[in-house]
Design a protein around this ligand. Structure first.
Ligand code: GRF
Length: 225
């Protein structure tokens, strides 16, 4: 039986759309049983409905966290949800809620964690001058943007990048990485060992570097004009 997944969104839902598209494959080990937003105006709701996925809104504004989460939990239980995928869900969840879903709730974050937790990750990566940036899929622990890392994808930061260009390069990788990571979790290919996640999956090989240390880069001679 396929794992029943709820995707929690607050906004445009491009990662949600990538998960819905991936889950259409007959051999994908999860089905997207619900898209739930904490905001009625989230753009992703219309995309999900157009894709034929059941949608729900549990409004979070102007109410205590506990009341919001109690309703959220009730909806998830009513739909027999087994896994939760946070995808641009902008509401911090309480420790109690996170513990209830421990090991069964994923998040995608647009940085190579633990660098750049929080907001404005692309601007901060540019300001820091990092040469590699990227995205992370992790199991959700109570701290914000914390929890065992399942997968990461790195992209180069280019000299001419602005925030939008870098964000677009990272987002393209998010759309590849998240469906793969959700599939691993749904297929039971993720094990927790000492607070870290081990994933039985095709391994990565080689080294990521930017700039690439080719023969010219390794030369000890100063660059010629
Ligand atoms: C993504 O960059 C995701 O990593 C972050 O919020 C953004 C959501 O974008 N958590 P979208 O709604 O999936 O398009």
């Amino acid at each position: 039986m396929k794992a029943r997944v709820a995707i929690l969104i607050s906004g445009r839902g491009s990662n949600m759309a990538a998960l819905i598209a991936a889950a259409r494959a007959p051999d994908y080990p999860a089905e997207i049983a619900l898209v739930l937003s904490n905001r009625a105006d989230a753009g992703g709701l219309a995309l999900a409905a157009a894709a034929g996925v059941p949608v729900a809104v549990v409004e979070s504004r102007g109410r205590p966290r506990e009341a919001f989460e109690a309703e959220l939990q009730a909806v998830l239980e009513a739909r027999r949800i087994g896994l939760v995928a946070l995808a641009g869900f902008m509401r911090v969840l309480t420790e109690g809620f996170v513990r209830a879903w421990e090991g069964r709730m994923l998040n995608i974050h647009p940085s190579l964690l633990p660098a750049f937790k929080g907001l404005d990750t692309h601007r901060r990566a540019l300001e820091a001058g990092v040469r590699l940036h990227g995205c992370t899929v992790h199991l959700v622990s109570p701290g914000v943007d914390e929890g065992p890392i399942l997968a990461q994808a790195a992209v180069p930061v280019l000299a001419e990048d602005d925030e939008a260009a870098l964000a677009a390069r990272v987002l393209a990788e998010e759309h590849r990485l998240y469906p793969a990571a959700l599939a691993w979790l749904a297929a039971g290919r993720v094990r927790l060992e000492g607070g870290r996640a081990r994933v039985e999956a095709e391994g990565a090989s080689g080294v990521l570097a930017n700039p690439l240390p080719g023969p010219a880069a390794l030369s000890t001679q100063p660059p010629r004009d």
